[in-house]
Structure formats: structure tokens, C-alpha cells
Design a protein around this ligand. Structure first.
Ligand SMILES: [Mg+2]
Length: 392
């Protein structure tokens, strides 16, 4: 069996261009689907996949580890940057889809079988609608409470909000009060039986991250995400030590080595590798094994398209330390038209039941993809009050 072609299909979905990767083989009707979505870097990733294709055409697609090593190590530059890491991930996910199809089993059955009955989903406030999740104003706590009630009404038992405003390296009390007021409003709206997560989006400096973490501690967050830049790993660990709230991070880390460093520093209670960036399912499984040694949970980053979600779900069904899966469902109204998927979601509780189909159990509707061709993503420019550049 040989790989004959690697195609990229770009599908514009408002905030993101989903990049679907289709690895074709010389076996009639046998191909695999992957995803390599990297918002605002779409053309770079498509080019990187084309570059990697030169290594893979003619190779046996079932030798996944061997091909992963080639993609990561050959041609001198290692695959530890975000563009190359994303390209490798998209191809790697498609190779696992092929291997499942070759053996006629879902991917999770390739990895030792199912370790749980269901995978819990959490949503973004507003279901991932850009205006609700990313642009709700931090001084509008009532809006956060309304959106929180809406998430629970839609069946979710857990949701995530971006309730921490952008701040310069040091700011006074107001942004911290805003964050606390928003989280308090959400907690009062949904009660203690619902899990609330707050994503700081790595906006705060380490010191502001400390202040936000301390202010939000009384509200019993399920986790507090990226309270400072991931580059400041020692500070992340210091914040993690300073509060009882579990700290989550990892969506911007590529490859096993930075996760090793994070775990050695005891920098997080929850790892959030993104299977479409970290090195795919192959590297994701190594990261999960490492997390196991530290008894740290996993909650993969997954705000992208439906192949990323299918991969995250298969991973969840085979990974003991997996906690919960990020999901968006209202980013574009035609999301369900672009994919035919094997898993089912129970509306009450938003629990995913396993996919019985081979591989990832997904088929992409290429006609729907073609109806939404590449467009430049909506630019997210972030500046502080004084005009200097901030973190989105
Ligand atoms: Mg995040």
C-alpha cells in the first residue's frame, strides 16, 4: 500500500479557515482525513503540508511512527514550530484514520480499547459564536450570566468564558474586579453543580496572572487557563502553587519536550495539547503517557473544525487521564453540513457516545467545503489604551 497524494481542502468558517487534510492511497476508496487548522496562518500551513508531501508520496501509510519520525526529523529542521507542527499533525491524524479503516476498527480500538463509556463536552460561552465568546465586554457581567444560563439550557454541564480583560503588565484594581464580578455572576446564574472554566488567553503578565488567579479562587473554577504567557513556564508554576484552582495550559506547545518541562516544573494540573498542533495523535499519546506519570489530567484544546473534534474524541475514549473535551457548535450555522460523523452526542449533559465506524468515523462533504472557499480570517488587532500592542 502506498500514499499517492496529499490534498488540503480549505473551508472558510468565519474566524478560522478549517484546513482539512486528505491523504489518498493506491487502494481504491481508501483515504484518511486529518485537520491542520491554524488561524491566520492558513497559507503557511498549506505550503508546509505540500513540503512534507515530498517525503511521504510512495510510502506505506500504515507505518505511522516511521513516517512521523521522517516528518519531524528529516530535512534538518525539526518539526517543533507551530506551522510545521500543525502540518505534521494534520497528516498524522489522517494516517491514523487510514489505519483504522485498514483494520476495520475505530481509532480508539487501535490504542488498547475504550477506557470510558462517554466523553463529556464543554462549550464556549455562546457556543463559540465569535461575538459572544471573544467579544463579550468585561464590564457587562449580566451578559456573562445570560450566556452561562444559555449554555446550561443547551444541556452542557461545563462551559468556558473569557472573563479576564486585556491588561498591561501592571494595572490597578479595576480589571481584576471586572473578572471577579463576571465569574461571580456566572456562578450565581448556574449554581455549584456546573463547572466553569476561565480562559485568560495568556493576556496577563505573570503578576497580573497572580492577581486574577487569587481573585477568582473563591468561585471554585474547574480550571483557570493560560494565566500568563506559556513562555513564562516558571511563572505559570508559581501561579499554580499560589492558588488551589487547577491551572490549565498547553495549547501553544508543540512536541513532547515543552510538556516535559511544564510537568517537571509542576506548572499545570490540566494539560491542553492541541492534537492539530502538538504533533498529532502520535505525539499526543506520548504527551498523555507523560502526564500519566505526574497524575495530571488532559483536556485537549479543540476550537477548530469537525475532524479535530473527531480526533479529540477518539483520543478521549482511549486515554485514562482525559477529563473533558472542548467543543464549539455555533461558530458557523452550517457546521453539521460539512461532516458526516460516527459519534453521537446526548443532548442532556452533552456526553459523547463512542464512534463505531472505522478510523475517526468522519467523512467530509467536499461540496460544502467548496461552497466556503478561503477568505482572510477576521483580523484580531489588540492594543492597549495607550496604543501599544496587546495580547488578543
Ligand atoms: Mg485557550
Amino acid at each position: 500500500m502506498k500514499i499517492t497524494k496529499i490534498e488540503t481542502l480549505v473551508c472558510h468558517a468565519r474566524m478560522r479557515n478549517w484546513i482539512f487534510v486528505k491523504v489518498l492511497t493506491d487502494q481504491p476508496g481508501l483515504w484518511g482525513w486529518g485537520e491542520a487548522t491554524l488561524e491566520w496562518h492558513t497559507r503557511s500551513v498549506v505550503g508546509a503540508i505540500e513540503d512534507l508531501g515530498s517525503l511521504l508520496i510512495g510510502e506505506d501509510p500504515t507505518r505511522i511512527e516511521h513516517l512521523w519520525q521522517m516528518m519531524h526529523r528529516q530535512h534538518f529542521w525539526h518539526g517543533n514550530g507551530i506551522v510545521r507542527g500543525t502540518a505534521i499533525s494534520g497528516i498524522d491524524i489522517a494516517l491514523w484514520d487510514i489505519l483504522g479503516k485498514v483494520h476495520g476498527v475505530p481509532c480508539h480500538a487501535l490504542w488498547g480499547g475504550r477506557v470510558r463509556d462517554g466523553v463529556r463536552l464543554y462549550c464556549h460561552l455562546g457556543g463559540g459564536r465569535m461575538e459572544d465568546f471573544y467579544q463579550a465586554r468585561p464590564d457587562d457581567a449580566a451578559r456573562f450570566a445570560d450566556l452561562a444560563r444559555q449554555a446550561v439550557a443547551e444541556g452542557f454541564t461545563a462551559f468556558k468564558a473569557m472573563a479576564v480583560p486585556e491588561t498591561q503588565p501592571i494595572e490597578g484594581l479595576q480589571p481584576v474586579r471586572y473578572a471577579a464580578t463576571c465569574v461571580q455572576a456566572m456562578r450565581e446564574a448556574v449554581g455549584e453543580g456546573i463547572d466553569i472554566m476561565v480562559d485568560c488567553h495568556a493576556r496577563p503578565s505573570p503578576r497580573m496572572g497572580h492577581l486574577f488567579a487569587a481573585a477568582l479562587e473563591p468561585f471554585g473554577l474547574y480550571f483557570l487557563e493560560e494565566p500568563c504567557w506559556p513562555e513564562c513556564m516558571d511563572d505559570m508554576a508559581a501561579i499554580q502553587r499560589s492558588v488551589r484552582t487547577p491551572i490549565a495550559t498547553g495549547e501553544r506547545l508543540v512536541g513532547l519536550a515543552p510538556f516535559r518541562d511544564l510537568l517537571e516544573k509542576r506548572g499545570a494540573s490540566v494539560l491542553q495539547p492541541d492534537l492539530t498542533h502538538c504533533g498529532g495523535l502520535t505525539e499526543g499519546r506520548r504527551i498523555a503517557a507523560l502526564a500519566e506519570a505526574y497524575r495530571v489530567g488532559l483536556a485537549p484544546h479543540n476550537p477548530q473544525g469537525p475532524v479535530s473534534t473527531a480526533a479529540s474524541i477518539e483520543f478521549g475514549f482511549s486515554t485514562p487521564s482525559y477529563l473533558i473535551c472542548e467543543s464549539v457548535h455555533a461558530d458557523v450555522p452550517w457546521r453539521h453540513e460539512v461532516v458526516d460523523q460516527g459519534f453521537t452526542v446526548e443532548p442532556k449533559g452533552r456526553i459523547v457516545r463512542p464512534n463505531p465506524r472505522p478510523g475517526l468515523g468522519v467523512e467530509i462533504n467536499e461540496a460544502v467545503v467548496k461552497a466556503h472557499p478561503f477568505e482572510q480570517e477576521i483580523l484580531q488587532r489588540s492594543f492597549y489604551r495607550d496604543g501599544s500592542v496587546g495580547d488578543w
